[in-house]
Design a protein. Sequence first.
Length: 348
Amino acid sequence: HILKTIILGQMLSLFICGTAVTSQYLAEQYQVNTPMFQSFINYSLLLLVYTTMLAFRTGSDSLWQILKQRWWKYIFLGLADVEANYMIVKAYQYTTLTSVQLLDCFGIPVLMALSWFILRARYRLIHFLAVAVCLLGVGTMVGADILAGRQDSEGSDVVIGDVLVLLGASLYAISNVSEEYIVKNLSRVEFLGMVGLFGTIISGLQLAIVEHREIMRIQWNWKIALLFTVFALCMFGLYSFMPVVIKVTSATSVNLGILTADLYSLFFGLFLFFYKFSGLYILSFVIIMVGFILYCSTPTQTAEPTALPQPGSTGLDNAALKLDENDSETPAVTVQFTREETVVVSTD
């Protein structure tokens, strides 16, 4: 089970790596910065595939029934997912890479707290130690970035950038907890279909407001189109595959596993962007994997809902039971009314 969880988590990391590398290549080689447009393409693909699947369903899990019962909940879920993606990408314009990498981990304790209260997950000491080890690995990775000289810019407004990262990480946690609840209690197709539907609407509106000028400035060619296509396929694969992994493990486990995504991006950056290599990158990867294995080695528990108290001796159910038990001991009473309206009472 641990090996399966590790493999699934690293597959998600590779999808995230694909989105990060293509986005960075678009930004550095072609000066294309369109995070909302890229998200809009992904949500449109989810809409095309999974919302269409819901549209052909009948019965209680059909698209119409889902919208009629839970439409407002999915509006909030779609808003949280869209804005989480946008805030994290936007933060790079204001703050440093180090801040984004470190503060992005804020989503993990938020996710654990939400899982505790909403999903009733119960953690043991080894789980907290495992999270601490994973965060130590992230710190090692950031140290390697600084030593390798990747920290060139200090950002235009660090406070705004840091707040955006914290908000984005918290929204990611909300989205992931909601995803775990839906895929384990409802269905994966319902989650993806609803996120695709409302994510397309919300990102489309935001795209028209904040990014229409950037899209008009794109000098389209086959290389840019190919990069957009690879990004969209990686993001679509990430969204389609993550519910499968969450159903097997948990949202917290998945978020610990994908901490290695930045390291995969760095390894690709050695060849594409000529990053300097540091042995600390390998060390940070090993530390994160050790923490991830520790977390997966002991399953979390789920608290049982509080049992309802049994009715006391004065309760109606108990009183009725006593009447039934004493029925054979109590004389039956017969009441009859005569035409002269006199009452005759007799007992057997």
